[in-house]
Design a protein around this ligand. Structure first.
Ligand SMILES: Cc1cc2nc3c(=O)[nH]c(=O)nc-3n(C[C@H](O)[C@H](O)[C@H](O)COP(=O)(O)OP(=O)(O)OC[C@H]3O[C@@H](n4cnc5c(N)ncnc54)[C@H](O)[C@@H]3O)c2cc1C
Length: 373
């Protein structure tokens, strides 16, 4: 009979949140394992990092973005430029930001580099996905624990693993907490249509540009790889229509931005549709289970705070679990503190989200904007 590997903590998902929580747990001496099939299709949305991320990287033992990524995978974002509430372009220069300017990153490289840090810290990695899990009494801990089933994989991963704690770091999919039927609050109904196009030669625009239009809002940035990401946030029905007409998608983009070098509207592109609504489970922490990153709170892309929040919740989530493992008598209070931290972040984000959407008053009668009221 095969023995089943046993851990204190299993982290489902090796995006930024999963890698961050795994690094911190391992550094605290916890037996932690990271699981992810890494099925990302080539490129991934989420490519702007705020300057404040430095502080979180330091906390993870990473000495800044240049310590994490080779030069060809990140580039300074010189300004945020927006036409929101009027046709007037407003520049917010990175130099005026007290936290320092942010970056545009090649996202897949960023996630891979963070995951590599977890592996270097000594975290075992199972390259497969979690297909199922059941409560399990055999973990010798105060929690019931879980017996986790892994998908068969060419990477010689075990079929089952056991753990006292399970961390949901599976992103918006929130595979673990949804399976446990924790319920998820969802605000609004926003989708994003994203594509990556070869940038025009010598494209000089190293800003993040945002523009509101009657049926949604656009953003675009030039990535270090030479691709320009183009993303349109709108109602699901609009995104579904535009996905079938990429020429119209690019024409609308060119009209909205009027860049010095317009994008070739006839080039073949594939538009990826991704959920872009705000959502969260009602509970992010209970004995044996903790949610981090998008699984704990999926923010509106307008905030550009998703990766920041993923690292932040990863750091705080790890601290909470270490506290629960070392001082079980404090577990209830510790988990409540973590829950409160996430609730407070959600409330603060909601306040600024409401403020920003309300400040676009020109289109308040349009369905997309009514959806945000
Ligand atoms: C349109 C759009 C634009 C955005 N732009 C930005 C931006 O500019 N800046 C920013 O900071 N944020 C941005 N975000 C948000 C950002 O991308 C997310 O907040 C971030 O990816 C969350 O990280 P995570 O680690 O929680 O989840 P993810 O990065 O989604 O990682 C989850 C991981 O879990 C794995 N997984 C899923 N199911 C299983 C399973 N059953 N078993 C094992 N593994 C599993 C997946 O393979 C994946 O690797 C944007 C989001 C959207 C929708």
């Amino acid at each position: 009979m095969f023995s089943v590997p046993q851990y204190d903590v299993v982290v489902a998902g090796a995006g930024p949140a999963g890698s961050a929580v795994a690094i911190m747990l391992r550094r605290a001496g916890v037996r932690v394992c990271l699981v992810d099939a890494l099925r990302t299709e080539g490129l991934k949305v989420g490519e702007s990092l705020p300057g404040a991320i430095r502080r979180l990287l330091y906390a993870l033992g990473i000495n800044g973005i240049d310590d994490l990524l080779p030069k060809n995978h990140y580039r300074a974002c010189v300004a945020n430029v927006s036409a929101w509430g009027s046709e007037q372009w407003t520049y917010q220069d990175a130099l005026t930001n007290p936290e320092g300017g942010g970056w545009h990153i090649d996202r897949v490289a960023f996630d891979a580099a963070l995951r590599q840090r977890a592996l270097l810290a000594g975290v075992p990695f199972c390259q497969t996905s979690i297909t199922d899990f059941t409560s399990d009494q055999a973990t010798n801990s105060n929690n019931p624990g879980y017996l986790i089933q892994l998908a068969p994989s060419v990477h010689q991963t075990p079929a089952f693993i056991r753990t006292a704690w399970l961390i949901d770091a599976t992103g918006r999919r929130a595979f673990i907490s949804r399976r446990l039927q924790k319920g998820r609050q969802r605000l609004g109904n926003q989708m994003a249509g994203a594509c990556w196009v070869a940038a025009a030669p010598n494209d000089p625009d190293h800003t993040t540009r945002i523009k509101s239009v009657p049926d949604g809002w656009w953003y675009t940035s030039l990535l270090p790889s030479g691709f320009r990401v183009i993303c349109f946030q709108s109602l699901p029905v609009t995104i579904a229509t535009l996905r079938n007409d990429s020429t119209d998608f690019l024409r609308r983009f060119n009209t909205a931005f009027d860049l010095p070098q317009p994008i070739n509207e006839q080039q073949p592109i594939s538009i990826r549709a991704v959920d872009a609504s705000v959502s969260r489970p009602f509970r992010v922490a209970e004995p044996g289970l903790l949610c981090v990153g998008d699984a704990a709170l999926s923010n509106d892309p307008l905030s550009s705070q998703g990766i920041f929040f993923s690292l932040y919740s990863g750091l705080n989530g790890a601290e909470a679990i270490v506290q629960c493992l070392t001082t079980p008598s404090m577990a209830t209070a510790t988990l409540e503190t973590y829950q409160r931290q996430i609730d407070e972040i959600f409330a603060a984000n909601q306040r600024s989200r409401t403020y920003f959407y309300a400040s676009e008053s020109r289109y308040s009668s349009e369905s997309f904007w009514r959806n945000h009221c």
